[in-house]
Design a binder for this molecule. Structure first.
Ligand SMILES: Nc1ncnc2c1ncn2[C@@H]1O[C@H](COP(=O)(O)OP(=O)(O)OP(=O)(O)O)[C@@H](O)[C@H]1O
Length: 377
C-alpha cells in the first residue's frame, strides 16, 4: 500500500485512475490544479468536492495564474504545483492519468518531428515521484469501464488541447491507422514496451559494470546485451572478470584460473568437461536416446580410445588452424581455453560441438562406435 496523490483533472482518465488505484488498496488523495484558463473552473472544483465527499478521500486545490504563460509552461507549472502539494501533504507518489493513446500519440509525434531511439521510449512509467499506472490502458477501455459502471466525469481536457499537431494525430491519423489495422494501438504500444525493456537491460548492464569499476566501451554494452538470451555465453571484460550468461545468471563472474586438462576416454565411458558432456559408446539404443536429448552424434571407426584435452598452440583440425576457427566463429579467448577437444590417434576430430573433422561422419549408422556431445549445464 502506498500513499498516492492523484493528479485529478476531473476528466475520464483521472476518474478512471482513481478507481484503478482504489482497487489496489492504496491511500489516495486528489489534487486539482486550477490554471484559471477555463471559464467553468467552478464546475470542476464542485465536481472535485462532490467526488471527494462521496469517496471519502481528501482533496487539494492548487491555484495557478497562468494567463501569461503558454501551454508548455502551464504543464511545467502544473507539475511544480503537484509536487508542492505532494510534499506538503506527505504523499509518496503523484499519479497522472496518461493512457496508452497518449503514449502512442507522443511516440508518433516524436517520430514525425525527428527523434532518436530514446524518444521512442514514449512517456516514462515512472520518473522521480511521478507514476503513470494506466499507461497500458487504452482510452477505449477507460471510457467503456466508466460507461458500464455508470461513473461520471467532466469534459475530457485532452480533446480540447490547442496543440495543433496533437489534434491532427489524434483525430485524423489515429482513425486512419485503425482502418489499416484494428490492433494498431496495441501493436505500437507493444513496440514501445519492448524498447523500454531493452533499455532496462542496458541500464542493468551499465550499472553492474559501474559497480565493479570496470572500464568499458559502448560496444561492450552492446556485446553483453546481445548475449542476454544465450545460455553459456561469455564476454571477456578484463584480465580478472567475465560477463557470463547461464540459465539463471546474467552478470559478472571472476575468471576461473586457466586449468589445462587431459583425459582418456575408453569405449562406453562418458565424461563431463567444462559444461560439455561427452559419450563414447557403441550402444545403439543409447544413441537414439542421446539424439533425442539434443546430443550431436558422430560415427567413428577403428578407434577404442579417445583423448580429451584443451587447446595448445599450433593445433589444427583438418587443415585449419584452431586459432582461425575460433576467430571465424567469434569465440572469445576465455572460452577457447575451456572447450574440450576430442582426439583420435593424436588428431583432433572434434572441437567441442563447434566443428568436426572430415574424417568423422555426422551421420551415425547402426552398430558403430560413436561420440555424442552436448553443451549443457
Ligand atoms: N488541471 C489539472 N489538475 C491536476 N492534474 C491534471 C490537470 N490537468 C491534467 N492533469 C493530469 O495530467 C494528466 C495528463 O493530462 P494532459 O494530457 O491534459 O496533460 P499534459 O501533461 O499536457 O499531457 P501531455 O504531456 O501528454 O501533452 C491527466 O491525466 C491528469 O492526471
Amino acid at each position: 500500500m502506498s500513499k498516492i496523490l492523484i493528479a485529478f483533472s476531473t476528466g475520464p482518465d483521472s476518474v478512471y485512475l482513481y478507481h484503478y488505484l482504489k482497487r489496489e488498496n492504496n491511500e489516495l488523495g486528489l489534487c486539482y490544479v486550477n490554471h484559471n484558463l477555463r471559464n467553468d473552473v467552478d464546475k470542476d472544483i464542485e465536481f472535485v468536492k462532490e467526488f471527494s465527499d462521496r469517496e471519502k478521500v481528501p482533496y487539494y486545490i492548487m491555484d495557478l495564474n497562468l494567463e501569461k504563460f503558454n501551454e508548455n509552461s502551464a504543464r511545467e507549472k502544473r507539475y511544480e504545483a503537484l509536487e508542492k502539494c505532494r510534499i506538503e501533504n506527505g504523499y509518496t507518489y503523484i499519479a497522472t492519468g496518461h493512457n496508452m493513446n497518449d503514449n502512442v500519440e507522443t511516440v508518433i509525434f516524436r517520430l514525425l518531428r525527428g527523434t532518436g531511439l530514446d524518444g521512442l521510449k514514449g512517456i516514462p512509467k515512472k520518473r522521480g515521484h511521478i507514476i503513470r499506472p494506466i499507461l497500458g490502458i487504452s482510452k477505449e477501455e477507460i471510457l467503456e469501464y466508466l460507461k458500464v459502471n455508470n461513473i461520471s466525469y467532466r469534459i475530457d481536457y485532452t480533446n480540447l488541447t490547442n496543440d495543433y499537431s496533437r489534434n491532427i494525430i489524434r483525430n485524423k491519423m489515429m482513425p486512419i491507422m485503425k482502418e489499416i489495422n484494428e490492433g494498431y494501438l496495441d501493436n505500437i504500444s507493444r513496440f514501445i514496451t519492448l524498447l523500454n525493456e531493452d533499455n532496462e537491460v542496458k541500464r542493468y548492464i551499465k550499472k553492474t559494470l559501474d559497480e565493479k569499476n570496470i572500464k568499458y566501451s559502448k560496444n561492450k554494452i552492446d556485446e553483453i546485451y546481445d548475449i542476454r538470451d544465450k545460455n553459456g555465453a561469455i564476454i571477456s571484460l578484463d584480465k580478472e572478470y567475465i560477463w557470463y550468461k547461464s540459465y539463471n545468471f546474467y552478470g559478472i563472474k571472476k575468471r576461473e584460473t586457466k586449468k589445462s586438462f587431459r583425459y582418456i576416454l575408453k569405449l562406453n565411458e562418458d565424461i563431463n568437461v567444462n559444461g560439455y558432456s561427452i559419450y563414447f559408446s557403441n550402444f545403439s539404443d543409447k544413441k537414439n536416446q542421446l539424439e533425442k536429448m539434443g546430443y550431436k552424434i558422430y560415427n567413428i571407426l577403428n578407434v577404442d580410445l579417445l583423448e580429451i584435452r584443451n587447446r595448445k598452440d599450433g593445433d589444427y583440425i583438418d587443415n585449419i588452424k584452431l586459432k582461425k576457427l575460433f576467430i571465424d566463429k567469434k569465440i572469445d579467448k576465455y572460452t577457447r581455453d575451456l572447450l574440450p577437444l576430442v582426439l583420435a590417434n593424436d588428431e583432433i576430430i572434434l572441437v567441442a560441438d563447434i566443428r568436426h573433422s572430415k574424417k568423422i561422419s555426422g551421420i551415425a549408422t547402426k552398430d558403430q562406435n560413436y561420440i555424442a556431445i552436448k553443451k549443457g549445464e
